[in-house]
Design a binder for this molecule. Structure first.
Ligand code: AMP
Length: 517
């Protein structure tokens, strides 16, 4: 695959239209070029999450003040292109100014109060320019997901507001700050630092780390933490502190106490070069992703997941629908099936609440069997499934359970080929990732059991007990395992008879499900 270099709005629109017509998911990573590891971390995330990735490189004059460094801003298109080509980006949009702001352009977006504090106070009009160009890029590319760096935390808050306030159909992903070995946040502007200034620049991240250390050892008083940060800056004459603040992550208003999710912002000048950095407070040992989640998603997860598109679901849907792996096995036609992904958006506004994933055997989800298809009309499969799980109806079921299938399109009869189980395990692995908080997986019937043992847990055939023997005594069996997609926590597996495929019935596992694994 070679990376396409696009210079005009018209060509970008036609490229994106073509991508959408293939129902692929599209990512946009907006940048101003002079790319470094920080930008590339966004690109890598975009590659993981979407089918097609567009990176824009545009030094946006509208976000620079008259006395700022627009003319001096580092530009390195050849090197950028090399980096993006190695990162397997599909297209780079690098328009000249007159493409983005043609003669007569006069509409600007005013993000309101949040754009007037901190960076906005230092750089009047900056976020008006940012919001305007980002909205224009969104309208040109119409991405499913756009990727931004936590490095520009206020920018993230403003873009998220823009998306929410104007109902833009794009999901915003935020990636953690990428730093140099000594802690300095990677930045295009740092190439202009002299050796001495570069050494002094580490104070931004060091002061944030110091505040974090104090907060983690029990000092939550924001003013005390800021005093310590200011004291550190006062000791370094090369640096002029523009501001240090501890703020609420949604409103950017100063807080009196640094709580998990509060954000420390800092901006300072070294001669002509201005640097910014930030840190999200979190419990000791929390990862950068967890802190981002604390700051950005914790306050209103339900609303957010309901309001935004869910490209990870769309992308999985496409992968399963377009999967032709089994076609090599036989001349099958792919019958329409009722896959979980069809119903995820409708029934699961928040995938995080799902604690139990149920994996059916082969084809429990033919149209007539699927509890999703006609939730109000129970069928033999769903009735027995609800009994097994101890729920009364579909509403109770979907509050904490999701049901998927071991074998997808292929199996219509009673036999499922080994290779079908192997191929379909690929889709199952992707589905498991959609439910980060699953504690228990209920595995129904022999085929789902074999698939899980062989292709999810990777066990040797000879070490797998025969299914009837496994369930012999109680009608069900359980074990605890660790799955790569859930890290090091234990997940409980419950093996049961399939509700309609086998002659035997498992007793209800409801009491078991309500206990902790
Ligand atoms: P820029 O080219 O500076 O406009 O940055 C483009 C995107 O890359 C923005 O979303 C930035 O927040 C992000 N970015 C810049 N530096 C970093 C970094 N050190 N770590 C993570 N993201 C970054």
């Amino acid at each position: 695959m070679s990376t396409r270099w696009i210079f005009t709005v018209a060509e970008m629109i036609s490229f994106a239209t073509e991508v959408r017509s293939q129902t692929k998911t599209l990512a946009l990573v907006p940048t101003m070029g002079a790319l470094h590891e920080g930008h590339l971390s966004l690109v890598r995330q975009a590659r993981i999450q979407c089918d097609v990735v567009v990176v824009s490189i545009f030094v946006n004059p509208a976000q620079f003040g008259p006395t700022e460094d627009f003319a001096r801003y580092p530009r390195n298109p050849e090197k950028d292109f090399e980096l993006l080509e190695s990162a397997k980006v599909h297209a780079v949009l690098a328009p000249p100014v007159e493409e983005v702001f043609p003669t007569g352009f006069s509409t600007f977006v005013d993000p309101g109060h949040i754009a007037t504090v901190w960076e906005g106070a230092q750089r009047p009009g900056h976020f008006r320019g940012v919001a305007t160009v980002v909205l224009r890029l969104f309208n040109i590319v119409r991405p499913d997901v756009a990727f931004f760096g936590q490095k520009d935390f206020q920018q993230v808050v403003i873009i998220r507001r823009l998306v929410e306030d104007l109902n833009l159909p794009v999901r915003i992903m935020v990636c953690p700050v990428v730093r140099e070995a000594d802690g300095l946040a990677r930045s295009s502007r740092s190439v202009y630092l002299s050796a001495e200034d570069r050494r002094a620049a580490v104070l931004l991240s060091r002061s944030l780390k110091r505040a974090e250390g104090l907060a983690q050892s029990g000092e939550a008083d924001a003013e005390k933490l800021l005093e310590e940060m200011r004291r550190m800056f006062a000791a370094e004459p090369r640096l002029q502190l523009d501001y240090a603040a501890i703020v609420d992550p949604a409103t950017l208003e100063p807080v009196t106490h640094a709580l998990p999710g509060s954000v420390a912002l800092v901006a300072a000048r070294l001669g002509q070069v201005r640097l910014i950095d930030n840190l999200i407070f979190g419990p000791p040992g929390s990862s950068a992703e967890m802190k981002l989640q604390l700051a950005l998603t914790a306050p209103q997860p339900d609303k957010e997941s309901a309001a935004t598109p869910r490209p990870e679901i769309d992308s999985l849907r496409l992968k399963i629908e377009n999967c032709r792996d089994c076609a090599a096995l036989s001349s099958i036609s792919l019958p329409a099936r009722e896959f979980l992904f069809k119903y995820l958006k409708r029934d699961y506004p928040n995938l995080d609440v799902i604690r139990v994933l149920v994996i059916g055997g082969c084809a429990p989800m033919g149209p007539s069997d699927s509890p999703y298809r006609h939730p109000e009309q129970p069928n033999p499969f769903s009735t027995r499934l609800y009994e097994l799980l101890g729920v009364r109806d579909f509403a109770e079921f979907k509050a904490s359970f999701a049901l998927t299938d071991a074998a997808r399109c292929h199996a219509v009869g009673n036999r499922v080929e080994e290779r079908t189980l192997e191929y379909c395990a690929k889709h199952l692995r992707e589905e498991l990732k959609l439910f980060p908080n699953v504690q228990t997986i209920v595995i129904l019937g022999e085929y789902a059991y074999l698939q899980f043992q062989r292709h999810i847990l990777g066990r040797e055939r000879t070490s797998i007990k025969a299914f009837p023997e496994l369930l012999k005594a109680e009608g069900w069996a359980q074990e605890s395992v660790q799955l790569p997609c859930y890290g090091e926590r234990d997940v409980r597996l419950l093996y049961c008879y399939h509700p309609t495929f086998e002659n035997k019935r498992s007793p209800s596992v409801a009491a078991y499900l309500s206990s902790k694994p």
